[in-house]
Design a protein around this ligand. Structure first.
Ligand code: ATP
Ligand code: LTN
Length: 334
């Protein structure tokens, strides 16, 4: 029987620190689950990371750690390609070409650019502005069909689609127009300290996020301190009760229980019991990830092998697409 060609998936994460529970639930955890049904490419976006200031030695270390953490979260290099963005020059090369099919006005509307330029007012560099063009190149250089990300990346994906369509109509059909793949539950995990804000690894308040490598007692402490409300009822109502609803979303993603079951489980009990249960479910889910992480990080040769193989395959795919683009753009060939 003829086998149907699998759809291709591409996604990335920046090595700007240890991943949060938000990164895990909204993105990384789903990546592993997609490996059997799709052809998957996952990358550590180190080029994107330097849009905010980084210490070079730290960036190198965090990149290695991000790779180990992805492996620990279930990315299997036998099934997926795992690589570091800067190891595939075609991303940057395509980014330049695509930047000439992207309008200044549309980049000015990106909310991440507005947020990050307000946050780093002393370093509003051109890379921060053109960040979404490089992200479009990451995706289009593999002709990816689907891009699994958290809800905050939706606007960037819309831009990638527009740029792909524009290039296709300016020249001739070249790029697959990618679709976002945003999970129904957990696409936006909120801060534990300010539940109307997204949980972010660059938050100054360490109580706002859970990191995948946090110790069990730190996880328990942070959940115990999580901001809720004063009505004492475990009920899902994101507008009215953002803190409790966020904890319910986390608990639901960890245990598979739906909101009605969670409401029934904690009916008549206080927030104390509920918060402990949420913390315990997270601790249990992260324990094997943490153990795997330690093991993998210590195995330097294995990590290098995975990345060399990943880079070689990724370069082979990306170079073919890039040379097609160069031809269409009218660059002279020797
Ligand atoms: P930073 O805090 O440094 O801006 P970040 O935590 O947003 O970084 P990224 O590397 O930009 O992390 O994102 C990696 C993936 O995690 C993306 O797919 C993003 O949509 C997803 N993600 C980030 N934060 C959350 C969140 N709070 N809930 C769900 N998904 C999230
Ligand atoms: N911008 C993304 C990270 C990222 C990405 C990508 C995600 C870089 N390139 C390509 C999907 C596809 C973020 O999460 N901030």
């Amino acid at each position: 029987m003829e086998q149907e060609k699998k759809k291709r998936i591409l996604s990335g994460i920046q090595p700007t620190g240890t991943f949060t529970l938000g990164n895990y639930i909204g993105a990384v955890r789903n990546w592993g689950k997609l490996q059997d049904d799709y052809e998957c490419l996952y990358m550590v976006a180190d080029l994107h990371a330097i849009t905010v200031r980084q210490n070079p030695a730290d960036l190198r270390r965090m990149t290695r750690e991000a790779v180990a953490l992805l492996l620990a979260c279930g990315i299997d290099p036998e099934k997926s390609l795992l690589f570091v963005q800067s190891h595939v020059p075609a991303h940057s090369q395509l980014s330049w070409v695509l930047s000439c099919s992207t309008q200044f006005g549309e980049l000015s509307r990106m909310t991440q650019f507005k947020d990050k330029s307000a946050k780093h007012a002393d370093n509003v560099n051109a890379g921060l502005f053109t960040y979404p063009v490089l992200m479009a190149a990451d995706i289009l250089v593999y002709n990816a069909d689907l891009v699994p990300v958290g809800a905050d990346q939706k606007q960037h994906l819309e831009l990638a689609r527009n740029v792909a369509q524009r290039f296709n109509s300016q020249y001739s059909p070249t790029f697959t127009v990618p679709d976002p793949y945003i999970a129904k539950a957990g696409a936006k995990i909120m801060s534990l300290a300010e539940p109307e804000k997204k949980m972010s690894k660059s938050d100054e308040n360490a109580n706002a996020f859970i990191l995948l490598l946090d110790e069990p007692d730190a996880i328990l402490r942070k959940f115990k301190r999580a901001v809720t409300d004063s009505d004492g009822e475990v009920r899902y109502a994101p507008e009215e009760k953002p803190g409790v609803s966020n904890l319910m979303t986390i608990y639901s993603c960890m245990t598979g229980k739906d909101f009605a079951a969670i409401e029934a489980e904690f009916a008549g009990k206080g927030y104390g019991d509920f918060k402990t249960a949420v913390a315990e479910s997270v601790i249990a889910e992260l324990a094997p990830v943490q153990a795997e992480y330690k093991r993998i990080l210590a195995d330097k040769a294995y990590l290098e092998g995975v990345l060399k193989e990943g880079a070689a395959h990724a370069n082979a795919i990306a170079d073919r697409v890039l040379s097609k683009v160069y031809r269409k753009a009218g660059f002279m060939q020797l």
